[in-house]
Every structure is written in structure tokens, then in C-alpha cells.
Design a protein around this ligand. Structure first.
Ligand SMILES: *Cc1c(COP(=O)(O)O)cnc(C)c1O
Length: 487
């Protein structure tokens, strides 16, 4: 399909320039003086030649072809697409943080180390844990780190028979992937009729060959598992450890702590819960927090405070090793730190309360048209199913999501968790106004009605976007970003 606006190559005219350079004020040298002949191309590169305004319009237009949280509502379940406060960017742009070299001596990096040390401390407090490593670069990377810590712990006790990790069927897909990458066999635990872990199935699966259980609570259905204390006893009772997937901790800040629930190790996603930008591949930050008995296994280096001086501690004989070059994604930590400091403990709790309130508000508004597989109040997100709509009209979750694009809303997460038919997973976050929440609920209701009145219009959506339905798997696997001049 042709772009509605001309491509930059098509408007290229020889001699147009988007820059002007000052006159050369040093002796001119020829290319031949500067480069060996083999490195000099025989023909100039075929680059577009355009004016400055054409260039500005080109990149501005490209930036608007994608949806972002700075453009509109983004209720992508499990991803916590909250507004990213611009103050965080300003802090991360301070030269003292932004220009610091990773090899700068510790004496000259005290401010950066202090920030990391305090960030470790805040995360430990929020988690109810004792020690934190800021190294992992993403949630899945944090999971792998945690899994390797669990493995190192069992090995340190010469307990080598534990080869399995238990994971509920509602889990995020990265959980089984991380456990497998860490060398474990994954055993799936089913959910019960309330959307929590099936306790009997857990009891049956839990034995001395199990290294641990990975759990998200509230889980990906947005439901809090009230049996967590029983789950803890079952797993610990047989010598296993509890891993908490805290990628999305937006419902619990200052309200409940995984450490108090009995978890031994967890990761957070700074790039979800703590308001730093994400999507498009990073950078992220997935710190890992552990109880004291797991501290010897943390990746090196951690940041410690000795006699009033901050330093990097590499001295951990039992460490699982280094998980990331240098110290992790430092500037993401700076933004997460700024987020925590600007909200404070009360602000964080308020954020979580509003995240839960906003999710429940939308849920109750749309229930006349959408089905709720587990009839409970939700936490920060909820999963509904348009199964009635599908039965009566043939319109599916994917169609509804595509139609939402016509209304300027990013679709919710689709078809996940897999235990819900036609899952539509909505996470509004706390940063949206009541007007935005109402607009979204109104749109979901309008699309439901449209499905009955004119199903074709929903099935052929989107109608207003630059491109229509794409082969998403193909776009990811056979990515082609090269423009070729038509013959
Ligand atoms: C996002 C998410 C992850 C993975 O985090 P990444 O940073 O994308 O690797 C893991 N678990 C849950 C529950 C998540 O929502």
C-alpha cells in the first residue's frame, strides 16, 4: 500500500539540503589523503536529498504512526502502560547521571552509587525482602536470575534431586521459559474455579523433586489468591522455594508485601510498576529481591555502604555470577528512583488504590455486554470474554481490538491468559482520568452493540489507521525495513 504521504525518497531532489555547515576553516584535504583507495566508494550513496522542513515532517509523521501512552489510552493488560512522568526524564538527563562513565572510580561515582544503594533499599522495603540486585535488564531476565539463585541455593545444600519448577496455568509465558532456561522441567498447576491455584493439585505435584513454585499474586487474571498462606506452607513444607513474579506490582504497593506472604525471591519491573517507559524492546530494569538466606547467591556487583562510602561489592564466593554488563540499565534506575521519591510511600499506596479502583470501575460498567469468567472484584487488571458476542455475531476479541484502534485506543491484551476463551485483558492503570475511563467503557459498549447490528463493520476494522490487519507473526519473523526504489 502507498503511504498517504510521500516517502522521503520519492520527494528527493538533487541538491536539496536539510543542513547548512559553516565554511571550512582548516586546510582542505582530499579524500585520497584521508582514506586508502579501497575504502573510497566510486559513486555517491543513493540518499534522499530533502529540505529541512521535509525532513522534520518525515520524522514527525513517522512518530505519529504508532500508538504510545503519550498519544492516548493504553489499557494493555499485564503491561502497566501508565503515564511516564516527564520529571523522571529530566532527572535522568542530569549530566552527573547521564554522562558518567562505567569505569569511573568509585570515589567519583558516590552520587550514582548512593542512588543505586537507596533504590535497592526502597525496593527491598516495598517487597518485604532483605537484599536486592539491580542488574537484570528486564522482567524475564529477573526471572532467570531468580531461578538461577534458587538452583544455586539447592546445590549449595547438595540437594540435587530438585529438577522441577511448578507454574500455574495462568502464569505469564516468560515464567516457564525462564525455568526451562535455568535447567528445570516445568510442571503446570491448574487453576481452581475461583481463578487461584488449585490447592489439591498443588499438594499432589509438590514433592522433594520440586525446586520451587513461581507465582504471580494478584495473578494475570487480576485476582488475588487468598490461599497464599496455605500455598506457602505446602511448598516450604517440602523444601521448595517460592518465587514471586512481581513484574506487575501495581496493585500492591504499600498494601501487601510478597515477603510477608512468604515468598523467598522476586523480581519487579521498574519499566512497568515504577513508571519508566517501555515497549519496543527496552531498555528495561528487572531488579531481583531476596530474603537474607539467599543473599550469598545474588549476582555481582551489588552496591554496599562501608564507613560512609558507597562501593561495588564483588566479593561473593557463592554468587551466580554477573548477569549483565556493568551494573544494569542505570538510567532506568534513575527514573524509577525519581518516581519513588516523587510519590513517596503514601503516593505509591494511593497509586495502587487508584489502579485497582479504575480497573473495577471499567469492569462494572461493561458487564452487561462482556462476560466475567471469575465473578470477583479484580485488582489492577481484569480479564473478560466477549464469548456471548462471539456466539451471537461471530465477532471475536481480535475484531473488537482492531475496532478500538478506530477510536484512538490501544487494544487490551488479547488471548491471554490462555485459560480464558477469547480473553480480553484490561489494565487501565491509575494515571487515567474518569473521563478517559468512561470514554473507554462507552467505546467497548458501542462496539458490542455494533457487533450485533453490523458485525461486518467490526470484522473489517480498523478503518482509519494507516495500515489494516497485518500478519503479526510474519512482521516479527520476516522483518523487512528496507525501502527499495521502484523500477
Ligand atoms: C511483563 C511481564 C513479565 C516479563 O517482563 P519483561 O520485562 O517483558 O521481560 C513477566 N511476568 C509478568 C506477569 C509480566 O506482566
Amino acid at each position: 500500500m502507498r503511504s498517504p504521504e510521500p516517502l522521503i525518497f520519492e520527494i528527493s531532489k538533487p541538491g536539496r539540503k536539510a543542513y547548512s555547515l559553516p565554511a571550512l576553516d582548516v586546510p582542505a584535504k582530499s579524500l585520497e589523503d584521508l582514506l586508502p583507495a579501497s575504502e573510497i566508494r566510486s559513486e555517491p550513496a543513493d540518499l534522499p536529498e530533502v529540505s529541512e522542513v521535509d525532513l522534520v515532517r518525515h520524522f514527525t509523521r513517522l512518530s505519529q504512526l504508532n500508538h504510545g501512552v503519550d498519544i492516548g489510552f493504553y489499557p494493555l493488560g499485564s503491561c502497566t502502560m501508565k503515564y511516564n512522568p516527564k520529571i523522571n526524564e529530566e532527572v535522568a538527563n542530569l549530566p552527573g547521571f547521564n554522562c558518567i562513565h562505567p569505569y569511573v572510580p568509585e570515589e567519583l561515582a558516590q552520587g550514582a552509587l548512593q542512588l543505586m544503594y537507596e533504590f535497592q533499599d526502597y525496593l527491598a522495603e516495598i517487597a518485604g525482602m532483605d537484599h536486592v540486585s539491580l542488574q537484570p535488564a528486564a522482567g524475564a531476565h529477573g526471572e532467570l536470575t531468580g531461578i538461577l539463585i534458587i538452583r544455586a541455593y539447592h546445590r549449595s545444600r547438595n540437594d540435587l534431586k530438585r529438577t522441577k519448577i511448578l507454574i500455574p496455568d495462568a502464569a505469564h509465558g516468560t515464567n516457564p521459559a525462564s525455568a526451562a532456561l535455568g535447567g528445570f522441567t516445568v510442571v503446570e498447576v491448574p487453576s481452581d474455579s475461583r481463578g487461584g491455584v488449585d490447592i489439591e493439585a498443588l499438594e499432589e505435584a509438590m514433592d522433594e523433586t520440586v525446586a520451587g513454585l513461581m507465582l504471580t499474586n494478584p495473578n494475570t487474571l487480576g485476582l488475588f489468591d487468598e490461599n497464599i498462606e496455605r500455598i506457602e506452607k505446602i511448598v516450604h513444607g517440602k523444601g521448595g522455594l517460592l518465587y514471586y513474579d512481581g513484574a506487575n506490582a501495581n496493585a500492591i504497593l504499600g498494601i501487601s508485601r510478597p515477603g510477608d506472604m512468604g515468598f523467598d525471591v522476586l523480581h519487579f519491573n521498574v519499566h512497568k510498576t515504577f513508571g519508566t517507559p517501555h515497549g519496543g524492546g527496552g531498555p528495561g530494569s528487572g531488579p531481583v529481591a531476596v530474603k537474607a538466606f539467599l543473599e550469598p547467591f545474588l549476582p555481582v556487583p551489588t552496591v554496599v555502604l562501608d564507613n560512609g562510602k558507597y562501593r561495588l561489592d564483588y566479593d561473593k564466593p557463592q554468587t551466580i555470577g554477573q548477569m549483565k554488563s556493568f551494573y544494569g540499565n542505570f538510567l532506568v534506575m534513575v527514573k524509577g528512583y525519581a518516581y519513588i521519591r516523587s510519590l513517596g510511600p503514601d503516593g505509591l499506596r494511593e497509586a495502587s488504590r487508584n489502579a485497582v479502583l479504575n480497573a473495577n470501575y471499567i469492569l462494572r460498567r461493561i458487564l452487561e455486554y462482556y462476560d466475567l469468567p471469575y465473578d470477583r472484584h479484580c485488582k489492577h487488571e481484569f480479564v473478560v470474554s466477549p464469548s456471548r458476542i462471539k456466539r451471537n455475531t461471530g465477532v471475536r476479541t481480535l475484531d473488537i481490538s482492531k475496532r478500538l484502534l478506530d477510536y484512538g485506543v490501544h487494544p487490551p491484551t488479547n488471548y491471554f491468559p490462555m485459560i480464558v476463551d477469547e480473553a480480553l485483558m484490561v489494565e487501565p492503570t491509575e494515571t487515567e482520568s474518569k473521563e478517559t475511563l468512561d470514554y473507554f467503557a462507552d467505546v467497548l459498549i458501542a462496539i458490542a452493540k455494533e457487533a450485533y447490528e453490523n458485525p461486518e463493520s467490526v470484522k473489517s476494522a480498523p478503518h482509519t489507521t494507516v495500515v489494516g490487519r497485518l500478519d503479526e507473526a510474519g512482521a516479527a519473523r520476516n522483518l523487512n525495513v528496507r525501502w527499495e526504489r521502484p523500477e
